[in-house]
Every structure is written in C-alpha cells, then in structure tokens.
Ligand binder design. Structure first.
Ligand code: ASP
Length: 336
C-alpha cells in the first residue's frame, strides 16, 4: 500500500513572494509550486496531504503557541500518516525543532523540518530538492525522530543550529553526527537514528513559561540585567565563554545577580557561545563561582535546546530539583 506523508505548511521563505516591504508568506505560491513538482507524483512516492497554518508566518514570529499548534497538528493525525514534513522558516527552525523534539514524547515516526533560502517561486530555489528529499525521508520511516533536512544533510532537530543566512547549507549540528547524507542515495546512520523511547507516543504541550537568555561579552555591565532577575523568571540560559566561563573581575560582578536569581528560584543553565564542544564547570577559576551558586551545566546542548527544554520541563510542574536534574539528563538525544 502507498505510504502517506502529511506536509504541514507554517510559512517561511520557501513559500514567500516579494511584497511591498520585503518577502511575505503566500498560500497560493506554495500550493502552485508543490502541485507542479513532478517528482512528487512519480511511482513509489507517498501520497501527500497538505495542512496549512493560518496565518502563515515568517518564523521570526513563532512562539510557544505555534510550537503547540504544530505539535497538536501532528498529534491529531499521528495514526493516519507514516511521517510528517514541516515547512518552516529557517530563522527559528532550530528552536521549533528542539521544542517539538521534547514535546513529541516517544515519537516513533519521522518528523522532518525543512524550508529554503530562496523561495520556490524564484530561480535557483533550493526548496524543490529540500521538499522532495524530506518527503522521501518522512516516508522511509528510518529516522523516527524530529530532524531538519537541508542541502543534502539530515540532522537531529534538538542538536541543530542555524549557521548561515546565505549558504544553502543553512544548518549544522556541531556536537552530533548527521542522521543521514543525501547524495545519489540517502545513506542513513541507522545505529544513530532514533533516541531512546520508553512508552507510547504522547504529545506534551508547553505552557507560557518566562525564561531568558543572557550572552556574556567582555566589559558586560551586569547591573543592567538585575532588573530582569525577578521571581517571575523561571529559568535563564547563560551563554558563557568557552567551557563555561564568565567575567569575574569587573566591577558590578555577575555573581551577586545570579545568586539573587538562584535565591528567587530561577534556574540558571550554563551553555557556551562556542558552537562545538561542551561546558566544563570548574575547569577554570572563572567558572567555579557558577558551581557555588548552584548553576547547572548545559553540557554540550545548544542554546536552542537548553531554552526549549527549560520551558518543556517547567510546563510539567516538576519541582526545581527535578528540573535541575533532568536538565543534565539526555531526554531525546539533545546532549551527549
Ligand atoms: N525570515 C524567514 C523565516 O524564518 C527566513 C527563511 O525562511 O529562510 O521565516
């Protein structure tokens, strides 16, 4: 029997047209382009249905509400399809793919995010190949997890980060092997696909949890951040230097402010500005103070994964100790 793939169109460059103030998403442009894709109609290809979001979004406007909407759209159709392709803008695709990787618990089917750097309606669009290959990957059923397919590479969604706003190879997962390479053949790293599952598929929506991200820089004036460190802030991801280091010698030091956050019950997660490698708290004196105030190492998680994982865990109403512990555990392949 023919396999079935559901394409969920959320917006993004792939279906955009030129508007008065720059590119905007279009419903007709995407539908026209997909219906004229001969490869999608060839023998051996799965049957395709398309679900379209209203409104279609530039992914800069994605929020927790849209992540839930994508999750709900998959959940409602989970048993009817062999796999799902999510057409999404590239700007925040790594955030959405990370969020969905956590929310779609025990996922056992491929959910492939893709998009393009050039709209389908324009010359040299990379969208055609990205869609056709993503549909094949979604129907193959081998990489049964949330992934991103772009320019010949299939990568784990919760390890991904946007690397380029101009190259066709827009995404990478520097701390994790690719799940597949698509050349003449699609070569899957079968042993590597599909992180652990321990039960039936379940969609776990997120709540509107206030979290923050603070990026360190030389000469940072920490006092500026004091005002955001209130009891309302549930968690904060610090994007630190190298292996988890922060400036400790400058006036108005960060530590009392982070200490205040910690006492308020704000969970402090330490990630690195380096895209490759891991946080190693205590390796340098400039990170020791973070251990003393109870900050949690984000290890080799991306900022996108750490931030969405925080929201996911806080949405479950766990205790702060349980959340701290789970932040260091591997839930769906997001850390080594
Ligand atoms: N601004 C666009 C978006 O994220 C960029 C893209 O899709 O490549 O929706």
């Amino acid at each position: 029997m023919n396999k079935k793939v559901c394409i969920i169109y959320t917006g993004g460059t792939i279906g955009m047209v030129s508007g008065e103030h720059g590119y905007v998403p279009s419903s007709s442009a995407l539908f026209e382009a997909i219906h004229s894709m001969k490869d999608l109609k060839k023998a051996g290809m799965p049957q395709i249905d398309i679900v379209q979001f209203d409104p279609l979004l530039d992914s800069s406007n994605m929020s927790i509400a849209e992540w839930n909407k994508i999750g709900e759209a998959i959940n409602e159709r989970y048993d009817q399809y062999d796999g799902f392709v999510i057409l999404h803008g590239t700007d925040t695709m790594s955030y959405s793919a990370s969020a969905l990787a956590f929310m779609l618990e025990n996922l056992d089917k491929p959910v492939v995010f893709t998009g393009s750097q050039i709209p389908l309606c324009e010359i040299r669009s990379d969208g055609y190949n990205n869609i056709v290959t993503s549909v094949i990957i979604a129907s193959d059923g081998i990489a049964r997890e949330v992934s991103i397919y772009f320019d010949g590479k299939l990568i784990r969604g919760c390890r991904s980060t946007k690397m380029s706003s101009t190259h066709f190879a827009a995404f990478d997962s520097p701390n994790c092997e690719n799940l597949a390479e698509a050349g003449i053949n699609i070569e899957y790293k079968k042993d590597y696909c599909c992180p652990q599952r321990n039960g039936k598929f379940r969609f776990s929506p997120m709540k509107e949890v206030p979290v923050g991200i603070i990026k360190m820089f030389p000469g940072i004036h920490f006092q500026i951040f004091e005002s955001i460190m209130t009891e309302q802030l549930k968690g904060v991801v610090l994007e630190t230097f190298g292996a988890g280091n922060i400036p400790t010698s400058s006036s108005g030091a960060l530590i009392p402010i982070i200490d205040k956050a910690y006492k308020n019950g704000t969970l402090v997660i330490v990630c690195s500005q380096c895209v490759q490698g891991s946080v190693s708290l205590g390796a340098y004196e400039t990170s020791k103070a973070l251990i003393d105030i109870g900050a949690v190492s984000g290890k080799d998680m991306t900022t996108e994964a750490a931030m969405t994982k925080l929201i996911y865990l806080f949405s479950k109403d766990l205790s702060i100790d349980e959340i701290s512990l789970k932040m260091t555990e591997n839930l769906c392949g997001e850390l080594t």
